[in-house]
Design a protein around this ligand. Structure first.
Ligand SMILES: [Zn+2]
Length: 220
């Protein structure tokens, strides 16, 4: 007398994700996003098709992202915080693209906002100069070369003379009679003479090809 056998539950043969070995339940792995592997994925035709997709897909994402970035500020942030991310470029990718485009544009046509000399040359209304003077006054930094001597431990100013703008770098001759001051915006080195406590601008300017920053006296 044969007893009734329970019907065995039949599982369809499972396929594993080629990347993370999770059981696949569709065309893409729900764990890592890997696409289910097919032999025809290795065909040249498929490769070309995929490459084309990749470009057009990237383009559509780039354009959608840039369009919203300019036409509806804040919209991308809302989309992102709502979890709708796949339609747009990832924030970091967008940032890197922007940086790359900026450097590309600047290498073709060097007029970046970081070029202080360019800004200065095109500042016909003197806005930059006004801002410059305001900042200098606020920081108690007149556009002057100020010379101090020590009276014990107390610095006492004994001479001063006007210098150029954004002056960076100063060097003294060994005997202290010649003083060189580097002006970033004028792109030159201003030459001063010091006789006793009398400081005079010699009027001599050593032109530089760029805006000089640090400068020092040769040691030997
Ligand atoms: Zn996987």
């Amino acid at each position: 007398m044969a007893s009734a056998q329970p019907n065995p539950i039949v599982h369809p043969p499972t396929e594993l994700c080629p990347s993370c070995s999770t059981d696949l339940a569709g065309r893409f792995c729900h764990q890592c996003g890997e696409k289910k592997f097919h032999q025809h994925d290795l065909a040249v035709k498929h490769f070309l098709q995929h490459a084309l997709d990749e470009f057009t897909h990237l383009d559509s994402k780039v354009f959608a992202t840039l369009r919203y970035l300019f036409s509806r500020p804040g919209y991308l942030t809302l989309e992102y915080t709502s979890g709708r991310k796949s339609k747009y470029m990832k924030p970091l990718s967008l940032f890197l693209l922007a940086v790359a485009l900026m450097f590309l544009a600047d290498s073709i046509h060097p007029r970046s906002v970081y070029n202080i000399t360019f800004l200065n040359q095109n500042d016909k209304a003197g806005t930059l100069d006004t801002a410059w003077n305001k900042l200098a006054a606020k920081k108690h930094m007149p556009k002057q070369l100020l010379l101090y001597r020590f009276d014990g431990f107390k610095p006492v100013k004994f001479a001063q003379a006007p210098v150029g703008r954004w002056s960076q770098g100063i060097a003294f001759s060994r005997d202290g009679s010649t003083i060189l001051v580097q002006n970033m915006l004028e792109k030159d080195i201003q030459v001063f003479r010091l006789h006793g406590t009398t400081l005079t601008d010699t009027g001599q300017r050593i032109k530089l090809s760029g805006g000089g920053a640090a400068m020092r006296t040769a040691k030997y």
